[in-house]
Design a protein around this ligand. Structure first.
Ligand SMILES: *Cc1c(COP(=O)(O)O)cnc(C)c1O
Length: 456
């Protein structure tokens, strides 16, 4: 019986044949991306130095379905379809009548959802004659995924790794190097921008925004190189929709509809990957679950940021996108959920929040680890620090159901495992984990610096 099952598994031939493009179903188009110099909407030619043409086409497409190339689908077979679990043991531990489900993306070779987009990005670049990709990584998950994809499709990979993560997680670097990538701590001596930051502050802990600047500078100064990124951009979110499409089919196997769907949000890609197929189904007249994005109190763009045009990086090299932002010069505290340590948010996720189609919550670091440990003790899987944010809110929802004496179906994205995050768990277990408050003054200062930019 479906109610007794723990795992809902799909056969390999159920790997989706197309990615789901939410632009086809949105009531209003997303605001245009602007050129940083002219303030005018950018066209494909502006993006061509950074990305292969197929990816640029995907960003402007209005087709609901975008076919997944067979070599990418074939590489997906290494770990997709990913399992959907019913968290029977967590439900029992919480004494809740709620049914809790989680989609587990930690079984990919690099340990998170990120290969879902790393593989197609590597594939399209290879097809268009690119030999080398430059990128940034926060927690090291994206760098590991792209290093893995580079090994699959035969591309050289250069990774600028945020200094705080480089120091916290040396084994992530070793994994990337094992796949054949070159890794340097950011700020680095390898770029003009990195050198200028280091001259100013040699012990800079780095940030995603800063590492993006270095990777872009590397790209435009090395022939045969293009830029690759693991979140925020529309095509990244698009590739992640394999998660939600599979989850819809697996929830049907379980014979249930989620009342609430939850994901952690750094740049928004795993959140969008799980939720956009559900949101799209709602927009086409289907069921409409509550959708909740969860972010850290130390970098709460959706809950405390402003919705306006800003740069994606610190050095103001990226195009201007309209998004919830804390200001591109804001450097978050070195929280352990490095993948959520970002000043902005995907423009699509931002627009859905602005239009009231999704909710957002911010949670403190210590509370997320408490939820992660509780989850590990009940379900066995050790979550990455990022999805512990989703787990915290899933547990809150389940406890609320218990207190209200109501049944409820909860689905969240367990987007990565925490096997490289044990030093953070150790800090939690020994009572030395930091608990950062919302840095109101630093954010106010960073937002002031946006004064000259278009508001949109
Ligand atoms: C990168 C990463 C994130 C944050 O990025 P999103 O684009 O918001 O998904 C979250 N969780 C894990 C495990 C990651 O690797």
């Amino acid at each position: 019986m479906a109610a007794d099952r723990t795992k809902f598994i799909l056969d390999e031939d159920r790997i989706p044949r197309a990615w789901y493009n939410i632009n086809a179903d949105l009531p209003t188009p997303a605001p245009p991306v602007l050129h940083p110099g002219t303030g005018q909407p950018i066209g494909p030619a502006d993006l061509a130095p950074l990305f292969p043409m197929e990816l640029i086409k995907q960003v402007v497409s209005q087709d609901r379905e975008i076919e997944i190339p067979e070599p990418v689908r074939d590489a997906y077979r290494l770990y997709r379809p990913s399992p959907l679990f019913r968290a029977h043991r967590l439900e029992k531990a919480l004494g809740t009548p709620a049914h809790i489900y989680y989609k587990y993306e930690g079984g990919s070779p690099s340990g998170s959802h990120k290969p879902n987009t790393a593989l197609p990005q590597a594939f399209y670049n290879k097809e268009e004659g690119v030999t080398r990709l430059a990128t940034e990584t926060g927690a090291g998950q994206w760098g590991s995924a792209l290093a893995f994809a580079g090994a699959m499709f035969g591309l050289d990979i250069k990774v600028y790794m945020v200094r705080s993560s480089y120091d916290q997680k040396p084994y992530r670097r070793v994994l990337m190097e094992t796949y054949g990538a070159e890794v340097v701590a950011s700020p680095s001596p390898d770029t003009q921008y990195g050198r200028s930051v280091l001259a100013d502050k040699p012990d800079h802990t780095g940030s995603l925004g800063l590492a993006i600047s270095e990777a872009i500078e590397d790209t435009v100064t090395h022939p045969g190189t293009k830029y690759s990124l693991g979140s925020v951009f529309d095509f990244v979110l698009l590739h992640q929709t394999v998660i939600g499409q599979e989850a819809i089919e697996q929830m049907a196997l379980a014979g249930e509809e989620p009342d609430v769907v939850i994901g952690c949000a750094g740049g928004g890609s795993n959140f969008a990957g799980l939720t956009f197929p559900f949101i799209g189904r709602g927009l086409r007249g289907g069921p409409k679950p509550r959708i909740i994005a969860v972010e850290p109190e130390a970098a709460p763009s959706l809950t405390k940021g402003v919705y306006r045009y800003d740069f994606g990086d610190t050095a103001q090299m990226t195009p201007l996108v309209k998004m919830y932002t804390l200001g591109h010069s804001f450097i978050p505290e070195p929280i352990h959920a490095g993948g959520l340590r970002y000043h902005g948010m995907s423009p699509l996720v931002s627009m859905l929040k602005e239009q009231g189609m999704i909710e957002a919550q911010a949670v403190h670091q210590r509370a997320t680890f408490e939820a992660g440990v509780r989850f590990a003790r009940a379900e066995g899987i050790l979550p990455a620090p990022e999805p512990t944010h989703a787990i915290k809110v899933a547990i809150d929802e389940a406890v609320e159901a218990r207190e209200a004496g109501q049944s409820k179906v909860i689905l969240f994205n367990l987007c990565g495992h925490g096997h490289f995050d044990l030093s953070a768990y150790e800090r939690f277990l020994t009572g030395t984990l930091e608990d950062y408050e919302y840095p109101a003054e630093k954010v106010a200062e960073a937002l002031e610096a946006l004064a000259g930019l278009p508001v949109g």
